[in-house]
Design a protein around this ligand. Structure first.
Ligand SMILES: [Zn+2]
Length: 270
């Protein structure tokens, strides 16, 4: 089996997790900027974090021959403070040319507040001005449908944004169609309890097909499983999916989306 982990918060994981992922067939990991397990007190905390994402994590992954990529932003959970968000937004361009940076993300909404929307709009503007790919986080549970609609409308209102260069993550049964119908890519997050369990994710694939869809573990500070993708592949196998059809979802699809940024490359010979 081979797969791409397109959304893993590796700063929250141990080095043993990298080893397990590579052993299971992981050929690249991508890490969107997110919460650090605590609210950072200043923009300097984000500068250090962006260095961690662009210098230290790629080096930690490289010990196992695993290419590590990242996305940059101030995440919605910390963007209620518009002053702090402005300072972080002005830092991001310094890092965009670094070799493992794929785009702006994971931006989006958490509680669907006015300030979060303001900061989301500024990130979308930054991505449009600098030609970056976009990765979007959608809110959890009862806020998800409303938040997804707000995000899709905001993106559609900006004529500079090409829908196929935006992936909307954490879709579920009630949001996947909305996202695909707008021409975006959609991500399913495989959590043991909330978001999508492996069985629900395979149901969604069975119902909607596998075009413009990927799966990720989003392994982070909460209960989450770094090997969720290969474990879900076993569930697909159990249900009669062919090896080629599984490979399409867990390997070819992420490569197709991510390769829109030419900096996304697998190791030679893989
Ligand atoms: Zn995430």
């Amino acid at each position: 089996m081979r797969y791409i982990e397109p959304h893993g918060h590796m700063v929250s994981r141990t080095t043993d997790d990298y080893l397990d992922m590579v052993t299971a067939g992981c050929e690249a990991v991508c890490e969107p900027a997110f919460w650090a397990g605590f609210d950072r007190s200043s923009a300097d905390g984000f500068r250090d974090y962006f260095r961690q994402l662009t210098e230290y994590e790629p080096a930690r992954a490289a010990r196992y021959g695993l290419p590590h990529f990242c996305w940059l932003c101030i995440n919605p959970k910390e963007s209620e403070d518009v002053g702090l968000a402005s300072e972080v937004l002005s830092l991001i361009p310094e890092f965009l040319d670094r070799p493992n940076v794929l785009g702006i993300g994971e931006i989006g909404l958490n509680k669907n507040s006015r300030n979060e929307l303001k900061v989301l709009e500024r990130h979308v503007d930054l991505a449009a001005r600098t030609g970056q790919l976009i990765l979007v986080h959608t809110p959890h549970l009862e806020d998800k449908l409303k938040g997804t609609r707000l995000i899709l409308d905001l993106l559609a209102a900006d004529s500079r944004i090409r829908p196929e260069r935006v992936l909307i993550d954490h879709v579920e049964e009630h949001t996947v169609r909305l996202v695909l119908d707008r021409g975006h890519w959609a991500g399913m997050t495989l959590y043991p309890i909330s978001k999508c369990t492996p069985a629900r994710a395979v149901d969604i694939l069975d119902m909607h097909g596998s075009g413009r869809l990927w799966m990720n573990s989003a392994c982070d500070w909460g209960e989450s499983v770094p090997l969720a993708i290969p474990k879900t592949a076993l569930e697909m196998r159990r249900r009669g999916w062919t090896r080629a059809a599984i490979d399409q979802v867990i390997y070819q699809n992420p490569i197709e989306f991510l390769s829109q940024n030419p900096k996304f490359r697998l190791n030679a010979g893989t």
